[in-house]
Structure formats: structure tokens, C-alpha cells
Design a protein around this ligand. Structure first.
Ligand SMILES: *Cc1c(COP(=O)(O)O)cnc(C)c1O
Length: 423
């Protein structure tokens, strides 16, 4: 064990990992789609550092923007002050996002952007004199973050609601959308959702979901028709729709925002992860004009939230440069060709005995296995093959940086095949 890993073991927590025993690797530097471990080994990144590093590591454009901004000011408070990087970023987000979203609340992480969205939805109904509308309707298989408000709308099983019973808000959960992305939609597919919505209409403030792709709750891709129907049912019930595009935003699914597949606009939109191209922590909650007006008309007339590092200028500058790169490069063509290659190369995995399902959408390739993987075996096996893939449960998946070249992508899919074949 390296000295750094040993020191880490004594004092550091890692995400969703036991403090001891799970494999841990020390990274020294990263460049393009690769990073290098302390012992000199080189790994191709198949995870984009959890959906975020879409342009790869150390892109000169983003680093240039960070350097320029650090010379001016790394941070100032956002209460009573404003600055160019934040204003430009919010203008651009409004311009890029699905139509009707007019105002932006910046925060420091995806979970907080979801907390903000939920709080806003509740405050809207307070303002409108309907405080009894304070529950959320979410989908099973969903993931919205790890803080308490966000956790309460995650899948009740994988979100471990049992563990925190009594401390979590009690919300409503419709079945996971049964229709796959390419399936023909039938009315029966939305029965569970429609029934909950009509039975509890008077107490529901908002529906919250990840459009088209459910990420950390199961890597499940569902039909755009389902989402279109959700929008219509929300309109009929007068319920707000919150789209959590923290994982799907900025091109990952093959559309700039996954909502575009269904040609719908949510009332509230959360983005994060790829927003700064994986360099700084930043997230945003966008709201419609109507939500923003409702909030300011009622008591107390302001939205009650304000993170210390809100609108951090460095993070906003990085986000601006990342959005420039998206605009200037043909991201759609790159995501499209990654998608085609993933489809072709992962198809071979279908015949492996451990594999239950293979699915690809945009630059996301998923192998669902019959049983959860043993991380103590699988994680080192990927590293030995020069690839960084981080499975969870029975899901072995990749969402590589958009700049990944074809040979590197083949290394990733080849390693996925070999490692899963050995299970
Ligand atoms: C990652 C994620 C979050 C939480 O974001 P953090 O930055 O980890 O707090 C919320 N929703 C979705 C869909 C996510 O993928």
C-alpha cells in the first residue's frame, strides 16, 4: 500500500465506501482523457469524474479563464454585490435552457440546487395561499442528491429512507417508468404516476424527476412520451414540474438538455456536474417567470436561501469557458459518434453470462449484471487494464469525456467486456 493511501485510510472519508478495505488509488495528475497514478500507471477515464469532465482534464480554455479570474478576484460575497462572470453565466444559461426559464439561482453543488428547487416549489404554494401543497411526487429509481431534502425524493430503497425514518419528509413515489427509451408508449405505463397525482393532487407542490435518464438510481433510460405525458398531467393538475438535469445537462444524452427529447419545459430546472467542465463545484436552479413572480408576490417576498459561496467568480468563469467550448466544438457530433461506437462495441457483452441488459443513450453505455459486482476484485481489474471505470451495485457503466478518441473508447469497452467476462 502506498504511503498516501495509508495516511488516507487513517483520517479520510470517501463517498459511499467503507473506511477500510475497499480499493483506493492515489492520483497525481490528469490531462486530456487520462490520469496518472502515483506509481506511474496511466488510466483512461471512462467516468468523466462522475459526468463532469466533459472536455477532459486541464483544457487550456478553462484553465485560461480560471487564471484570468484568479488575478481579478477568486471570490466575493454575492449579497449586495454582483460581477461579470455570474451575470454572463446566468444570461447564457437562460438562453440555452428550454424556453420559459428566466431566472437563475446559483449554488455550490447539485444537492443544494435540488434543495433550492424544492424550497422554491414550497414557497410558491405558500405565496399562493395553498400551504397544504407541500408534498413532492417523485419516481422510484430516481436520484437527486445526498442532503436531507434531496434524499427524501431519492428512491426510497437505494436512498435508504428506512435508515432516516422520522427525520425525512414523507413524499410520494410512482413506479419507475416501465417503458424503455425506444419502446412504444402505452397508457398503462403511466398509470401509477397518474393515480398518485390524481389521488393527492391537493397536497402536491411539485413533481420532481430526472428527464429521460435516471442516473445514480439505476442508469435507466425511459421514453420521451412518458415525460411528455408527465408535463401534460402536471399542467392539468396545476402542479409544478422540477427537472433534475444535473447528470443529463450539457449534451450527455445526445441533446443539450434531456427535456428536449420530449420538447417540454419544466417550471424549475436543476443543473450541475458538467456545468464547469468538471473543474469547480457549481450548480444552478433555473425557474420560470411565473415561479419567480409567485415567489416575490407572497410573504416574505424573497426566496429564503443564500449560500456563502454563492456565485463564486472562479466557478462562474470556468462555467463560462466550458459553455464556450460546448458552443464552439461540435459536441453533438462527438456524442453521436461515441454513442454509435458504444452501441457497436458493447453489443458483444450481451452474450456474457453475467450480463442481464446492455443499453446505450448518447455518451452513456451501461451493462446491467444479474448480481452486484465485488468491488474488491472488479476495481483493481479495471486499473490493471489501464481504464478507470467505477461500477455501483450491478451496474458497470461508462460516460466518457466528449473528446475521447475512438481507440481510447475501444480500450474502455474492451476492458468492460473482459472484466465482466471474468465474473
Ligand atoms: C449527482 C446528482 C445530484 C447531486 O449532485 P451533487 O453535486 O453530488 O450534490 C443530483 N441529481 C442528480 C440527477 C445527480 O446525478
Amino acid at each position: 500500500m502506498s504511503n498516501l493511501v495509508e495516511r488516507d485510510r487513517r483520517v479520510v472519508w470517501h463517498p459511499y465506501a467503507p473506511a477500510e478495505a475497499s480499493p483506493l488509488f492515489a492520483v497525481e495528475r490528469a490531462q486530456g482523457v487520462r490520469f496518472w497514478l502515483e506509481d506511474g500507471r496511466e488510466l483512461i477515464d471512462g467516468m468523466s469524474s462522475w459526468w463532469s469532465a466533459i472536455h477532459g482534464y486541464r483544457h487550456p480554455r478553462i484553465e485560461g479563464a480560471l487564471t484570468q479570474q484568479i488575478d481579478r478576484m477568486p471570490h466575493v460575497m454575492f449579497g449586495g454585490l454582483t460581477h461579470e462572470p455570474a451575470v454572463s453565466l446566468c444570461e447564457r444559461l437562460v438562453e440555452m435552457a428550454p424556453s420559459g426559464l428566466e431566472r437563475v439561482f446559483l449554488s455550490d453543488s447539485g444537492s443544494v440546487a435540488v434543495e433550492v428547487a424544492i424550497k422554491m416549489a414550497l414557497q410558491v404554494w405558500q405565496s399562493r395561499g395553498r400551504p397544504e401543497r407541500r408534498r413532492l411526487l417523485a419516481l422510484r429509481g430516481g436520484y437527486h442528491g445526498d442532503t436531507f431534502g434531496a434524499m427524501a425524493v431519492c428512491d426510497p430503497v437505494t436512498g435508504m429512507h428506512g435508515l432516516f425514518e422520522g427525520s425525512l419528509a414523507s413524499h410520494l413515489f410512482a413506479d419507475r417508468p416501465p417503458c424503455r427509451f425506444e419502446d412504444a408508449f402505452e397508457d398503462s405505463h403511466i398509470e401509477s404516476f397518474a393515480a398518485l397525482l390524481s389521488d393527492h393532487q391537493g397536497e402536491i407542490a411539485a413533481v420532481i424527476l430526472e428527464p429521460i435518464v435516471q442516473g445514480a438510481g439505476g442508469m435507466w433510460f425511459y421514453s420521451p412520451d412518458y415525460l411528455r405525458r408527465v408535463r401534460r398531467l402536471c399542467d392539468e393538475a396545476g402542479v409544478l414540474l422540477i427537472a433534475d438535469e444535473i447528470a443529463t445537462g450539457f449534451g450527455r444524452t445526445g441533446r443539450l438538455f434531456a427535456c428536449e427529447y420530449a420538447q417540454i419545459s419544466p417550471d424549475i430546472l436543476c443543473v450541475g456536474k458538467a456545468l464547469t467542465g468538471g473543474t469547480m463545484t457549481l450548480a444552478a436552479t433555473l425557474v420560470s417567470g411565473e415561479v419567480s413572480r409567485s415567489l416575490s408576490e407572497g410573504e416574505p417576498g424573497v426566496f429564503m436561501h443564500g449560500p456563502t459561496f454563492m456565485g463564486n467568480p472562479l466557478a462562474c468563469a470556468a462555467a463560462g469557458a466550458s459553455l464556450d467550448l460546448l458552443e464552439e466544438t461540435d459536441w453533438a457530433a462527438r456524442v453521436g459518434s461515441i454513442s454509435e461506437q458504444l452501441k457497436t462495441e458493447l453489443e458483444a457483452c450481451r452474450t456474457l453470462p453475467a450480463v442481464a441488459d446492455v443499453r446505450v443513450l448518447g455518451a452513456i453505455g451501461v451493462l446491467e449484471l444479474h448480481a452486484p459486482v465485488d468491488m474488491s476484485v472488479v476495481q483493481p481489474a479495471f486499473v490493471e487494464r489501464g481504464v478507470w471505470i467505477r461500477p455501483f451495485g450491478e451496474l458497470v457503466y461508462t460516460m466518457p469525456p466528449y473528446i475521447t478518441e475512438s481507440q481510447d473508447l475501444s480500450r474502455i469497452t474492451g476492458a468492460m467486456y473482459q472484466v465482466v467476462a471474468a465474473i
